[in-house]
Ligand binder design. Structure first.
Ligand SMILES: [Zn+2]
Length: 130
């Protein structure tokens, strides 16, 4: 299985070497962080010494066009384009440190849900459930 991720604004590939690499900003803290490309794998690659406090809300930006990736339909989530085996989908993940909630939506509204905390979005996620 291989996943390619693209910025939803400029279309740049944000995981050229596998891991999804985004600019993360919270207050004065600013860094590059890497996410495992497999939806539901919450391994996080941070610079040495960097800490994410549980519950903190981070902003994530495209490293190419610097667009804030915050989702329009739910501002606790970020949005990326996912291309999995040639199929284009939209992937949403939580901006809140320690919160495991990921949604993958195909254009026909088929929905994949990952993460122990995805139920927190039952009220706000408008996509059709399987
Ligand atoms: Zn971009």
């Amino acid at each position: 299985m291989s996943w390619q991720y693209r910025c939803s604004k400029c279309g740049s590939v944000v995981n050229p070497g596998g891991m999804v690499t985004l600019v993360a900003i919270n207050g004065g803290a600013q860094m590059l962080v890497g996410f495992h490309p497999e939806p539901g794998n919450y391994e996080l690659y941070k610079p040495p010494g960097a800490e994410f406090e549980q519950g903190e809300t981070w902003d994530f930006f495209c490293p190419v066009c610097h667009t804030n990736l915050k989702a329009e339909n739910n501002e606790s989530l970020c949005e990326l384009i996912q291309v999995e085996d040639g199929v284009r989908k939209r992937l949403y993940f939580s901006r809140i440190a320690g919160e495991r909630a990921t949604f993958v939506v195909r254009d026909d509204n088929e929905l994949e849900i990952h993460g122990d905390h995805s139920g927190r979005y039952d009220e706000t996620v408008q996509w059709k459930k399987p």
